[in-house]
Design a protein around this ligand. Sequence first.
Ligand code: ISC
Length: 446
Amino acid sequence: MDHSSGDRRLAGVEPADGPPSFVSHSRELEDVSFGAIVDTDAESRILWSTPDGVEIVGRGVGARFSARGPNRFDQIRTRTRRTFDALEHTGPAVARPRAFGGFAFHEEHVPETLWNGFDAASFVIPETLVVRSDDGTWLTTLGEDSARAQERLESWSQRLAELPSMKPTAASPGIASTERPTSRADWATQVETALERIDRGSLRKVVLAQSLSVDLEHSIDVPGTLERLRREYPNCYRFLGGYEGGGTFFGAPPERLVSKRGNQVETEALAGSVQRGDSPEADRAFADRMAESEKVQHEHELVVDAIRSQLTPLTRTLAVEEQTIRRLANIQHLQTPITGVLEDDRHVLDLVEALHPTPAVGGVPPGSAFETIRDAETFDRGWYAAPIGWFDGAGDGEFAVGIRSGLAREDTVTLFAGNGIVADSDPTDEWEEVQLKFRPILDELR
Ligand SMILES: C=C(O[C@H]1C=CC=C(C(=O)O)[C@@H]1O)C(=O)O
């Protein structure tokens, strides 16, 4: 069976003798409202923002790539490489064209019902891109030739100059009702199933997840929701990806899967959770209890070990740094930063493929964890807990883990959250932790 869904480019048909050639032009801008640029679901749109302050928005499709099946990483790598090789960029490196997108959690994912439009791998090189970083704010447009790229640059410059530089903050959509496909009783059964497998020795850890379907009173403004999330969760990633009138997947994940710049690699283990306290002392007491818990340390160490063993063959040096507490507005996590220097020239997708899924969202051993997830969970993970990010023509890029996320489709948002189950996990405690992880987005919908 041919699993590849192929490449698509709105602007033209790929010539028989190779990928179409592209030209991109860039121009520095005064500040613009990023929310206003992606304020439409009538066209493909992306938003990507990092904890260190880089913000990127994109509109339209210069080129699109999608793939399914076990070779999905390789297919995306090979096809985008051909397109990037045929792309001539006139402008500074900060404004270079990049491919944005992500992967489904499971390689055999089929984009249907809720996840219609979200393939097992799907990336877009946007036709129009705006990047804001320490190097200024830059507009980049793509065209089949220089004249077309320049024409787009002029028309977008004019459009952006006419937009208000601050978009008024959107009101919350309000919650009409919520529906849980996983009841407390279902959850207890799922956790017990995992615990039996752990007891028998076939499984050491599995992350089990739930979805929560939220019917809204009014239409959601996803960029506006992300803007409000930025205020509460400034040190998280923020992303949005939506395809022409379909659903929009968005979130504010605290977890970096991997970033690669030249031969430098940065990743982290983020696993183990506890609530925030209502005073600094209470906060510290919760964090201490988490850090001193053998169960949580075991859950966390399994993630560190898996990352170490996946990256060791690819790196010349790999440093596992000191464990810290990652404090977010409503939850605290154990975090271990991990940095490395690559042995050979690699594409960031090589690293994404090696790491996904870490046991922070999958489990140990991976085969048995996948089987448990399939047996136990009652919803389609789709792109939840999977790699989401960007890469450029040199193979540099950055990916977050698509957690603390939701899928907006018409007047419903489906939220996703999970928790690591190890020996000694208690179904009630695990349920409470999952509810904490729904909160960031849920609170912004109220
Ligand atoms: C799987 C999720 O969180 C992961 C990241 C941090 C802490 C986790 C935990 O304590 O289980 C999870 O591994 C989620 O937010 O849906």
